[in-house]
Design a binder for this molecule. Structure first.
Ligand code: ADP
Ligand code: MG
Length: 659
């Protein structure tokens, strides 16, 4: 119990956490780490305020529950004293009277039920003493354990300003131990941090846990005999749980000028007050700080809201109590315990992190797309107040870039764009696949036909020649036979073209200087005067492995097509590009272009737009076949529409170097 609980006060139920970062936003010490979008409590930073438990709408945060330990204690032979925090009237409004509540607690098996408010009475006397004895020293009240943890961890330099006085809980525990031998003490209150405050108590449960115990053991107010606290009875100490409570408790017995005590409660105020206190800006004043807005809003309350209603409940309860108070008897008790040691010591436990250097912060900000201060939106969506704080948390490993909403939205936009692009690429690839499948089928068919035609054509040529030999030179049939031979030769050519289109893996690569090779290809095409040619060679290593004979056919076919597409003249440009893996050729002409509907048919055997006799439609299928054999790719871009810019066509061929 006690200090051992310090590292497990609050934790996350991972499957319930939904990336809202509310806990990051609400944690006064940023003890939340976000990893893979899920919140984790950093126990070494946590001060046990359990604010995150109260604010999480998904109930993904839990605090340490110890009802079963308390049940075990009650079931054993031990005598167990319950010490009840004075904020209970704000929670148990459904119970008819406080005496009924005490009766219910007794029914759980507690040996005694004592009033923490009497501890507060004793502590108030002690505060009065130190303020009077050391008027020059400013103190910070040490009754809120979350504040004590906060100062020990994050403001270790002012630990010495914490009032060296036990909390009301510890004070009443010491009273109980003086009155009764060998008892166990269980605190019942609104606070989670109390579970780790002191080793002097044996356990601490919240009002919520107390209700759970009542329910489990079937205890309700029906049939409960009302009873009062076991003595000593408390006085004004019962007002303690509302903020300014300590002030009011002390003030009753002294004329402290208001302004000498500054009250700061709630997560923003207490931090600010402690910061100013440390800087010496509030010099002589004493600080009364409470982490929650008074203990009445503690995380262990079963009813979370209604601050003012709760305050009035406490006030009403205290008023009635004071009316019924036997002041003489009370004073007697105060005197009786005047010699009780109420001292408490605190140790600095520095858990501050070193500020990362500015360069590192800038680097992280840049990762989140924040280039200049105008990009620092400080929108708070990530849970941190500023982009800078977020970046620092990223460096510590407590936060992730993705927590930045503008950054994540931009990333999402980019992903959508990428997705669109890859969809488009996929559609193109699908088209290309369809096309190449079609060509492959056609290739098979062509190869079959060509093979079958080759033999009869050979026979026709041979027998025609034999007949010609037998004829006299002036025989009129000679001319007819010549025509047969010539046309048979033409057929053979066509058949040869078809075979080229369909042939597989028959290349004999040789190394050539590609620039010279291109020059030679242009020389073997008849270029009319009104067509200019240009070669642009931008390649580091011009030595390329290709099947020179076949590639020459590719180049001349494409160049011939280009020239034929420019009947009125123009320019044919050949660019050679590439890197260590591939060589790229671009043949661009300023000709008439290729219409969209023809684009798909280009590589189909016998497709031609040229007049009968001048085009065979076998050029590009041949080109296609040879490029495939080189494991290369061929693409075409073309424009036929003058309104969209210059017309013309570009054939782009890419060949891998390692053929
Ligand atoms: P052919 O040249 O015998 O017609 P190809 O297979 O070489 O056969 O070309 C097929 C068709 O592709 C051509 O008829 C022409 O319509 C078109 N074509 C090829 N290259 C070009 C180009 N550079 N400009 C315009 N059309 C072209
Ligand atoms: Mg051609």
């Amino acid at each position: 119990m006690g200090h051992a609980n310090r590292d497990k006060l609050v934790f996350t139920l991972k499957d319930k956490c939904r990336m809202c970062y509310t806990c990051v936003r609400e944690c006064p010490v940023k003890a939340i780490k976000i990893i893979n979008g899920q919140a984790e409590v950093l126990s070494e930073r946590c001060i046990g305020c359990a604010n995150c438990v109260s604010v999480c709408s998904q109930q993904a945060k839990m605090y340490l529950k110890t009802t079963s330990e308390v049940e075990a204690m009650l079931a054993s032979d031990d005598k167990v004293v319950a010490i009840l925090a004075p904020s209970f009237p704000a929670d148990f409004v459904d119970v008819d009277s406080y005496q009924v509540l005490i009766g219910m607690i007794r029914r759980l098996g507690f040996y005694k039920v004592m009033d923490v408010a009497f501890g507060a009475d004793l502590v108030a006397e002690e505060y009065k003493k130190i303020i009077e004895e050391k008027p020059e020293k400013a103190f910070i009240s040490s009754d809120c354990p979350a504040i004590v943890f906060y100062i020990e961890h994050f403001h270790p330099e002012i630990v010495q300003n914490l009032a060296p006085i036990a909390s009301p809980m510890v004070a009443i525990t010491r009273v109980a131990r003086r009155l009764y031998d060998d008892v166990k003490v269980v605190f019942i209150g609104p606070c989670v941090a109390k579970k780790a405050e002191s080793d002097e108590i044996d356990d601490a449960i919240t009002f919520t846990e107390l209700r759970e115990l009542f329910e489990k053991h079937g205890i309700s107010q029906q049939g409960t005999e009302p009873s009062d606290f076991d003595p000593p009875k408390s006085g004004r100490g019962a007002i303690f749980p509302v903020s300014r409570g300590l002030l009011q408790t002390v003030k009753k017995t002294d004329d402290i000028v208001e302004g000498e005590i500054i009250v700061a409660s709630g997560k923003q105020n207490f931090k600010e007050a402690i910061k100013e206190f440390e800087k010496g800006e509030i010099k002589t004043a004493h600080l009364e700080t409470l982490c929650c807005n008074g203990c009445v809003l503690g995380p262990g309350m079963s009813e979370k809201n209604k601050l003012f209603f709760k305050r009035t409940q406490i006030s009403k309860y205290v008023k009635r109590k004071l009316q019924e108070l036997d002041v003489e008897k009370w004073q007697e008790n105060i005197n009786k315990f005047a010699d009780l040691d109420l001292s408490q010591s605190f140790k600095p436990m520095d858990r501050r992190l070193k500020d990362p250097d500015n360069k590192e912060i800038e680097r992280v900000l840049l990762q989140m797309g924040k280039k200049t201060p105008s990009d620092y939106l400080d929108c708070g969506a990530c849970g941190y107040t500023t982009c800078m704080e977020h970046a620092i948390a990223v460096i510590y490993g407590y936060a992730e870039n993705e927590m930045c909403l503008p950054y994540t939205i931009e990333k999402l936009h980019n992903s959508v764009q990428d997705l669109n692009l890859s969809n488009e690429n996929l559609a193109n690839a699908k088209m290309a696949l369809k096309q190449s499948e079609k060509l492959a089928h056609m290739g098979q068919l062509s190869a079959g036909i060509a093979h079958e035609l080759n033999n009869p054509l050979g026979v026709i040529t041979m027998y025609s020649s034999l007949i010609k030999e037998e004829l006299k030179a002036d025989d009129p049939l000679v001319q007819d036979i010549d025509l047969i031979v010539e046309q048979a030769a033409r057929c053979k050519n066509i058949v040869g073209g078809l075979l080229n289109f369909a042939r597989k893996n028959q290349i004999k690569p040789k190394e050539v200087d590609i620039r010279k090779f291109v020059e030679r290809s242009l020389e073997s095409v008849i270029i009319p005067k009104n067509v200019t040619t240009k070669i642009e060679c931008d390649i580091e290593n011009p030595m390329v492995m290709i099947d020179t004979e076949q590639m020459m056919q590719v180049f001349t076919n494409i160049e011939k097509n280009a020239v034929e597409a420019m009947p009125n003249g123009g320019e044919l440009r050949v660019e050679v590009l590439g890197n260590k893996d591939v060589v790229e050729f671009k043949f661009s002409d300023s000709g008439v272009g290729i219409s969209k509907e023809n684009m798909e048919k280009l590589f189909t055997p016998f497709f031609t737009t040229k007049a009968a006799g001048s085009g065979t439609g076998l050029g590009l299928p041949l080109v296609y076949g040879i490029i495939k054999m080189h494991n290369g790719k061929i693409a075409v871009k073309s424009n036929t529409d003058k309104s969209k810019g210059k017309t013309g066509t570009t054939f782009i061929i890419t060949i891998p170097r390692n053929n």
